[in-house]
Design a protein around this ligand. Structure first.
Ligand code: NGQ
Ligand code: ZN
Length: 455
């Protein structure tokens, strides 16, 4: 956190684009004023200022297997064969490795224009499944990594109990993930303690999925939590998951969740790929956000989220980089829009209406949905919000002669990460001219971890 006075030639404010703006940020990292003109002592930051994006879905440990699951296996490859490979990698990581991998990932997120991450972490125990002496150890390592990188974090410890619907026993590859209600609530309490009063940290929970947690168990865990605690759950990502849920309960996963819980704005349904029209409507009006991870969903062959129907019904969306196969808000929003164009054979499928920019519509929806999903006071350049700002490089030839929505659309549909020049989190200037202030030492530790892990 840092007090700052920043001047921009152009900025996307809550009510639209404005030229020649000074943003004042207090010592606690919050914006206190946004005013036209340049105040005398303001630091001029060249470029186009936009609110930095929340990344609502991260499994940090998967960052270290990027590119290593793209070779055809002996049989038909699927989400489930990828998952086996991922479990193999997940069994290798020590706490120190996880911190090194997460810190590198968080630097990459910041450089892409994200300011906050929802860390959905389920590596709890030692590789043989024995709890660490200090059970929250792996999550604390994620928080340490976030602290080194400077990214805001909503830590979402994962409740994982079963290997499949209806309380099936966990598989051997899942042994690091498993907790009961008591051990889980202890981890939650400790993380809440560690985060109390911290301006960049929030704590939520992530029941892994209805495959891994029964509704009864989830009710027991949710009951004692503060009412505003964010709840993130993987839902209806794969067709087999829908079929297994139907076979077990007679309901599809989204139907089952909506029947069993009072789903509201504190909930984020991660993926929610496979929904009927009725489920799409019902989830949209429940107030839950759909936590979409379009590049991971494409990489894993999940299917296509019904974004046109969901957003028409007033559904809130947020974006996450999930497996981190791509870490880029621009590319995830682009993939989301392209999935709808390919599906419906149209263009500008998700634009708010005639004459509206598709990139702007999606960007603003993902800002507000993401801020709410993570319970982070960000997502707008406005007094009372945290000073989380990304700056696009107006000097890049791709943006020559472009401003406002045209610049935003050019970034999202064409330029991607190369156009992100500066990033501030709570007023701290973490990414300066495309370099993170600690990127060399964090990359050095990451390389050492990769050598230890021998990948
Ligand atoms: C995860 N990832 O927990 O990392 C999952 C795979 C599962 C995604 N769903 C494992 N993208 O769902 O069982
Ligand atoms: Zn996930």
């Amino acid at each position: 956190m840092q007090s700052a006075k920043l001047h921009f030639a152009s900025a996307l404010l809550a009510h639209g684009w404005q030229r020649d703006v000074t943003v004042t940020c207090a010592g606690n990292g919050m914006i206190t004023a946004v005013a036209g003109g340049r105040e005398g002592d303001a630091q001029h930051v060249p470029g186009i200022a936009i609110p930095a994006m929340p990344n609502i879905h991260s499994h940090a440990h998967q960052r270290f297997m990027l590119g290593l699951a793209e070779r055809a296996g002996p049989g038909a490859d699927s989400f489930w064969t990828w998952r086996e490979a991922m479990y193999g990698f997940a069994l290798k990581l020590s706490p120190e490795d996880l911190e090194a991998v997460a810190a590198q990932l968080y630097v990459e997120m910041l450089k892409a224009g994200f300011a906050a991450v929802g860390e959905f972490q389920y590596l709890h125990h030692q590789p043989d499944g024995t709890p660490y002496e200090d059970p929250p150890r792996m999550r604390l390592r994620c928080l340490a990594a976030a602290g080194r990188a400077g990214i805001a974090t909503t830590i979402l410890p994962t409740l994982y109990a079963d290997g499949g619907f209806g309380g099936q026993p966990p598989q051997p590859g899942q042994r690091r993930f498993i907790n009961g209600v008591d051990s889980f609530l202890k981890i939650f309490a400790r993380l809440s303690e560690e985060s109390k009063g911290h301006p960049l940290r929030r704590v939520g929970i992530s029941p892994h999925s209805l495959r891994a947690v029964t509704p009864d168990l989830l009710r027991e865990v949710v009951a004692p939590l503060p009412g505003e605690t964010p709840i993130h759950i993987h839902l209806a990502e794969q067709v087999k998951e829908v079929e297994d849920c139907l076979a077990h309960s007679g309901l599809r996963p989204v139907e089952l969740l909506l029947q069993e819980f009072d789903v509201s704005a504190r909930w984020t349904a991660i993926h929610a790929t496979h929904m009927t029209k009725a489920e799409t409507q019902a989830l949209a009006i429940s107030g839950a956000a759909a936590g979409l991870c379009p590049t991971t969903e494409a990489n894993l062959g999940d299917g296509i989220f019904p974004a046109v129907d969901f957003t028409k019904a007033g559904g809130a969306i947020a974006i996450g980089s999930d497996s981190h196969i791509t870490v880029s808000p621009a590319e995830d929003l682009r993939m989301l829009e392209y999935s709808q164009r390919l599906q419906h054979r149209t263009r500008n499928a998700l634009a708010a209406g005639p004459g509206q920019s598709t990139g702007r519509t999606l960007y603003e929806k993902a800002l507000s949905g993401g801020a709410r999903s993570l319970c982070q006071n960000m997502g707008a350049i406005a007094p009372g919000r945290r000073c989380d700002i990304a700056v696009l490089d107006a000097g890049n030839p791709l943006l020559a002669g472009r401003e406002g929505d045209a610049a935003l659309d050019t970034w999202i549909f064409s330029g991607g990460n190369a156009l992100v020049k500066d990033v501030f989190v709570a007023g701290r200037h973490l990414v300066k001219d495309r370099r993170h202030i600690h990127e060399d030492e964090i990359a050095r530790d990451f390389r050492a971890a990769l050598r230890r892990l021998d990948t």
